[in-house]
Design a protein around this ligand. Structure first.
Ligand code: TTP
Ligand code: MG
Ligand code: MG
Length: 474
């Protein structure tokens, strides 16, 4: 296969640069754009000009903090319409080079120049010149054999940078960078990696993949291992039919409060129903996602024979799915066990549960802290996640577990269960998400008298935290 030539374009200090462009008296000065432009409001900084960054002002910082760092800065309100207009011109300009453009945000896009006649570096130079000439703005461009590296490259020499990462030099250029530069490595993952002595991408590349899979679960562990080596096969995706739409909320603080959760789910249901109606789709699949304070993530999915597009139906299904999440730590631990045992179920007989499974469970049993179980949990969840809708604690699995317990084949399992039953606290929620998928154009959805699926047999209001779960600890 021909090596790909991917460009990543990211405008410099985008909102602030547009303000400086239309108000020449602001050029060369510290400009901060955020909220309604009042530096004493509770708003946060959207962006700051490079002149303001010298003072330590950054995106997402409270405006008040920015004011403290640089009292002489010029504070301006966000004028979204103006930035959108410039963004549209930028994307049009990129599409003149090739139709293979994937906009990522207002000021950012990937471009696949593999089939272009000119060399990628030449295209990058032309682009920068045109952005300067036509828009009066500067951009930083990265050129690389894939999206991951192109994005890292565009960020390396900001502002007005042009950075090329070749396949040959990728490892060397990535090695000294902090792991946070990789997609999906946020502060929590960064902290976890630091705990095991990994701070740079080079460190990460030296960790055997199995170790990462063990620590972060299958999909993510493998992805980390690839990305650390500069490998990324994801295509530049131009406009595509929506496959799904989702909403997510990360709470300011991890919560345990059912009403808050219910309120957020209701809001997201309203939102998604609005989107479905506007786009003319119904959804056959609804998925909830819960990320707990310990970083583990659970999804529960339901696919219905017919599509829904109204908020009450989506909310109701979300509630039912939420009831299938293990909310208490005790239930959680035993679900992990079941899953572990389930895997062993492929080989017949309880004896197969002995070696590896017992060791795994024993390990978690030795210090039943969340941390020690979490690698196993994540792996278990990953496996379940790949077959959405599958009920993890199937009858067969439960039988296996019971059979094993009866035969006293796995004493450590019982120990874990017993221990866990004393730890029946409700787990704290960090993030909750709701997704609709299995989209069907509204006009073509099969209809049945009696309305959309689920309408006929809605159960009574379900509790998000099932009543069977042990009470919270005082
Ligand atoms: P970025 O490309 O992240 O930042 P930037 O263009 O301002 O600066 P640079 O790329 O040179 O580092 O974001 C593009 C715009 O998105 C930014 O101008 C304002 C907006 N934005 C926010 O509103 N909030 C944020 O937290 C971030 C990061 C960006
Ligand atoms: Mg930018
Ligand atoms: Mg950007």
């Amino acid at each position: 296969m021909k090596a790909r030539a991917i460009l990543h374009i990211d405008m410099d200090a985008f909102f602030a640069a547009i303000e400086q462009l239309r108000r020449p008296e602001l050029r060369g000065k510290p400009v901060v754009v955020g909220g309604d432009g009042n530096p004493r409001s509770r708003a946060v900084v959207s962006t700051a000009s490079y002149e303001a960054r010298v003072f330590g002002i950054r995106s997402a910082m409270p405006m008040r903090e920015a004011l403290r760092l640089c009292p002489q800065a010029i504070f301006l309100p966000v004028d979204f319409a103006a930035y959108e207009a410039v963004s549209a011109r930028l994307m049009a300009l990129l599409r003149e080079i090739t139709p293979l453009v994937q906009p990522v945000s207002l000021d950012e896009a990937f471009l696949d120049a593999t089939e272009c006649a000119a060399a990628a570096e030449e295209i990058a130079r032309t682009l920068k010149a045109r952005i300067r000439g036509d828009l009066g703005l500067t951009a930083s461009v990265g050129v690389a054999p894939n999206k991951l590296l192109a994005k890292i490259a565009s960020d390396m020499h900001k502002p007005d940078g042009l950075t090329i990462i070749t396949a040959e030099r990728a490892a060397e250029m990535l090695a000294p960078l902090p792991v946070s530069r990789l997609w999906g490595v946020g502060p929590k993952a960064e902290a976890r990696l630091r705990e095991i002595g990994i701070t740079t991408i080079g460190d990460l590349a030296r960790v055997p993949e199995e170790r990462l899979v063990e620590t972060f679960g299958g999909a993510w562990g493998r992805m980390l291992a690839e990305h650390a080596r500069g490998i990324d096969d994801s295509p530049v995706e131009t406009h595509r039919e929506p496959k799904s739409m989702s909403r997510e909320t990360t709470f300011e603080r991890d919560i345990q409060d059912q009403e808050t959760l219910r309120g957020v789910l209701r809001e997201m249901s309203d939102d998604l129903a609005g989107w479905l109606r506007e786009s003319g789709y119904g959804a056959r699949t609804v998925t909830v996602k819960v990320r707990f304070g310990d970083f583990t993530t659970v999804t529960r999915s339901l696919t219905m024979p017919e599509a829904v597009d109204d908020a009450p139906a989506i909310f109701e299904i979300a509630g039912r799915l939420m009831a299938r999440v293990e909310w208490s730590e005790a239930a959680w631990v035993s679900a992990v066990e079941r899953s572990t045992l389930h895997k062993s179920g492929t080989s017949p007989g309880a004896a197969s549960v002995t070696a590896a499974e017992r060791r795994t469970l024993h390990r978690s049993g030795t210090s039943l802290e969340a941390e020690s179980v979490s690698a196993v949990e994540r792996q278990a969840l990953h496996q379940r996640g790949t077959s959405p809708g599958a009920e993890p604690a199937s009858a067969a699995t439960r039988n296996t577990l019971q059979g094993v317990a009866r035969a006293s084949e796995a004493e450590s399992v019982i120990a874990v269960e017993r221990h866990a039953s004393h730890r029946g606290r409700t787990r704290r929620v960090r993030l909750v998400g709701l997704r609709v998928a299995g989209l069907i154009a509204s006009g073509t959805a099969p209809s049945r008298p009696g309305g959309p699926a689920g309408a006929g047999n809605r159960p009574e209001q379900t509790s998000l935290f099932p009543t069977s779960s042990p009470a919270d600890e005082p």
